[in-house]
Design a protein around this ligand. Sequence first.
Ligand SMILES: [Zn+2]
Length: 225
Amino acid sequence: MIIFRKNRHGLCVLMYHHIHPVTDENESAFVVDPDVFRQQMDGLIDGKFHIVSLDEVETAYRQKRQFPPSSVLITFDDGWADNYTHAFPIIAEKKIPVTIFLSTALTGTEKDLLTWEQVRRMQASGRVRFASHGAHHKRLRDLSDDEAMEELTASRNKLKKELGVEALSFCYPYGAFDRRIRRLVFKAGYIIDFGTRKGINRCCWNARQPVKRKHVMNHQLQVMA
Ligand SMILES: [Zn+2]
């Protein structure tokens, strides 16, 4: 269950992984059923939340601008194939902007993961933006400077080559970072880093710590008035 306050300035970033039917109550906490995902999106739309795109977030960040009240950014990590088969039809129908953080060297390598063709189809819809989750989903803190830099730049280059986009946002695999790794992220050309700590992001967020996110579970959204 997610609870966040409406009409407060700041950005609430929702973090999803898998969207596919949940038949077992012991299903992983990283799976949300498509019917529940649809209810959650309806909850945001009916509740008049301001669903922002990654472009709006990057622009606001550059301009050090505060977000309108009740702003929400919807993100998915890793690049699972079910994002295409189960989430994308709902995203397209509701016309909402979302962001998928791809582990670019893994894309298209296993059947559970998105293919570049699926990625391009979603990008062409204009609803889905892609950003970096590293190349091989490695825990960057465990790597040397050179190795971490390779993960950061390889994924940036791959997004440029496959999609023609300049990736400005980076999401830490496992939420793992430290000061050294943050410095390398910005040195590699990213301007925003996303973590896994909970909380609402207020201007001028991101200066001291990565963007906070809320892990969404398989429950209806609850909004605190
Ligand atoms: Zn991940």
